[in-house]
Design a protein around this ligand. Sequence first.
Ligand code: AMP
Ligand code: MG
Length: 491
Amino acid sequence: MTKGKEKQETGWNLDNSYARLPESFYTSLNPTPVCSPELIIFNDPLATSLGLNVQDLQSEDGIAVFAGNQIPEGASPLAQAYGGHQFGHFTMLGDGRAILLGEQITPLDERVDIQLKGPGRTPYSRGGDGRATLGPMLREYIISEAMHALGIPTTRSLAVVTTGESVIRETELPGAILTRVASSHLRVGTFQYVAKWGTVQELQVLADYTVKRHFSEIEADESRYLSLLREVIKRQAMLIAKWQLVGFIHGVMNTDNMTISGETIDYGPCAFMDTYDPATVFSSIDVQGRYAYGKQPQMAGWNLARFAETLLPLLHENQEHAVELAQDEISDFPKLYHSYWLAGMRAKLGIFNEEVEDESLIEDLLSMMQKYRADYTNTFRALTFERHEDTVLFGAPEFAQWHELWQARLGRQQEPETSSHQLMQNSNPALIPRNHRVEAALEAAVKQGDYSVMERLLDVLSSPYAYSPEQAEYSTLPARSTRPYRTFCGT
Ligand code: AMP
Ligand code: MG
């Protein structure tokens, strides 16, 4: 097959700039072929936006690429090396169950990573098998696509295939591979790896590569590495504010799971909060609550401090001065985060202008929600439509008082009520991937081979601000359970 013909047929237009970086940054290797791949789900709109041919990719040859059985032209498959602080402890990690095929150059001339998750062992697999299972890969597909639809920067999911092989976990499970699309897989942990085991020159190569790929606007800055730190801090502040505003709990905010691009990555034990409570933790392994909902901003700040440390040799030749420069930037994170969060909360309440008392108005609402165990998403939804009877806050004396204050506040801005309502509708999702809905979709898919439940769920989640009638049933809460919802890492 000629290159031109292949490009025309499938649309793959791959390069791998990462493979041109120093050899210690990665290991070149091919995925381990699997016996009988089957396409379970394919993301048509994403494929189209990447310049891929939707029909051809779903043919046998197309699917073979998603299974790791065929390498598309232009790919130079590799596993990336990285380190990371896992629950506060630094270790060597790397792509133990992922292989980067290359970077797709899109019709808009953007460069995005195409990575297989679950393609077999790599030199970074340690004791693992390098494989993934169907349930967790579909879960990543559902939640990452829901995040995208919510307007939150995230890696995307292009396809999930089953491999026809079993994977041994606690039980035997169907093996699967997810094709992940990311603006890059550069992580805080990538910098930690090079800072610890590489030379300063290699660190500079990595930083230059990062600037070129993600922050070209600062390329000409005199102190570009300090600008890099500032920009990464800004993107993370924006990202974490968005998480908090929709009640997303990542669950495993280790430094290897924090991207430099500012995209959400690594959908393991993540889940959305129902009842508002800052102490909410879903992950079964987060026994200390290190990554609880209310701690996410603080933990992001901690991770960014680790990132700043890696850049010290590039910030200034005098180490003390370098530390001062880095600390200055890091100390901005809480303020930046808070300003993004506050702006988002104002929007959730239909507020356009700024008043000092807005913060206490917001805090009072959140305290009430916590006290009465109100559902986070549905409370804002009910406020948006003035359907107070839909919230458990309705009837509480302090709610009536709060509501009066809020209405008075809305009266003190020029924008008419209709604009406020529109702002609220655009800022408060009518639905989120409710845990019981996700579980039901996965159960039907994995246990019965019935993908229709998942497909319907994906469909309604694709427009979370539409408030369409068919979405209504997806807003209902699960039956009260005596056991809290738990998530697992999904390896
Ligand atoms: P994660 O918890 O997904 O962030 O992964 C932490 C580390 O464990 C990374 O280096 C992964 O590549 C590695 N890992 C996770 N699952 C597997 C697996 N099944 N086989 C090999 N390595 C794995
Ligand atoms: Mg990870």
